[in-house]
Design a protein. Structure first.
Ligand code: ZN
Length: 246
C-alpha cells in the first residue's frame, strides 16, 4: 500500500458549501499539517439558503449560484489542503432518503475516517444543519454494519465531533474540546476570504476564533508559557476512551 493509503484520515460532512470553512477550517488545515488525509463532503451548495448576497446581484439563476459556490468551496478546500466532493442534493430542504444515506456510507467506507466532523444536533434557525448531523450519524452506523455490502472493510468507531453552530446557545451546543489553531489561522482566514457571497461572516468568525482562543488559554492555565490566539470549539457525541485522565 502507498504511503498515502496508510495515512490517518478525517471526514468532514458539511450541509452547505461554506459551513466547513467557518466551523472546521482550522481543524482541517491543522490535521493536513499533521499528515492526515482530510476529505470534505458538501451535501449541497447552499444555493437557496446561504447565498443571499449572490441573489441580490439580480439576474442570477440557480445554476450560476451553484457554480460560484462550488468554485469558492473548491478554492477554500485547496487552501486548507483537503479533498472535496459535492453531492449537489439541493438545500432548503436538504433531502433525506436511503440513496443519500448509502452514498454517504460508501464515502465513510472509502475514507475509513479516524474522526468525523459535522453539524450540531439542534439548530432552530436552519433545518438542514441537524439533518446533516443525522445523515452523518446514520451513514457512519450503516458503514459499521457487517451486513452492509458484506466483504467490504467496515468502519470502526471514529469519534464524531459537532462543530460550532452560528448561535451556539440556541442550538444547545457546548464545546468540550478546544482545538488550538493559532499556527494555521492565516490559512483558515485565506479560506474564509474565498466565501465572497458571505463577506458579512468573515469578521464574525474571526471574533469566534479569538474568543475560543482566550477560553483555550484559560483551560490550560493562564500561567502556562504556551500562547493560544485562535481556537475552534467542538462538542463530542461519544465518550472518548483514554489510557489515563491527566
Ligand atoms: Zn449551512
Amino acid at each position: 500500500m502507498s504511503e498515502i493509503m496508510n495515512r490517518q484520515s478525517g471526514l468532514v460532512i458539511s450541509a452547505h458549501s461554506a459551513d466547513f470553512v467557518w466551523r472546521a477550517g482550522g481543524a482541517i488545515a491543522l490535521h493536513v499539517e499533521q499528515h492526515y488525509n482530510m476529505h470534505i463532503v458538501c451535501l449541497s451548495y447552499g444555493e437557496r439558503g446561504e447565498s443571499a448576497k449572490l441573489w441580490r446581484k439580480g439576474s442570477m439563476t440557480e445554476n450560476t449560484v451553484k457554480e460560484i459556490r462550488q468554485q469558492e468551496a473548491q478554492k477554500a478546500a485547496e487552501i486548507l489542503g483537503a479533498s472535496i466532493e459535492f453531492f449537489d442534493l439541493g438545500d432548503y430542504p436538504l433531502p433525506r432518503d436511503k440513496e443519500v444515506l448509502f452514498r454517504l456510507a460508501d464515502v465513510c467506507r472509502r475514507i475509513q475516517p479516524h474522526f468525523i466532523l459535522t453539524h450540531s444536533m439542534h439548530d432552530p434557525y436552519n433545518y438542514d444543519h441537524p439533518l446533516a448531523f443525522n445523515l452523518a450519524m446514520e451513514a457512519r452506523i450503516i458503514a459499521q454494519a457487517e451486513g452492509y455490502r458484506p466483504g467490504e472493510k467496515v468502519v470502526e468507531a471514529p469519534p464524531v465531533y459537532c462543530f460550532e453552530p452560528h448561535q451556539p446557545e440556541q442550538c444547545n451546543w457546548k464545546p468540550d474540546v478546544l482545538l488550538d489553531i493559532s499556527d494555521i489561522w492565516e490559512k483558515k482566514y485565506q479560506a474564509i476570504q474565498c466565501m465572497q457571497g458571505q463577506e458579512h461572516l468573515w469578521e464574525y468568525y474571526t471574533r469566534v476564533a479569538l474568543q475560543r482562543g482566550v477560553q483555550a488559554k484559560r483551560n490550560i492555565g493562564i500561567t502556562s508559557n504556551k500562547t493560544i490566539s485562535y481556537a475552534e470549539g467542538f462538542q463530542s457525541v461519544y465518550p472518548r476512551v483514554t489510557e489515563n485522565l491527566a
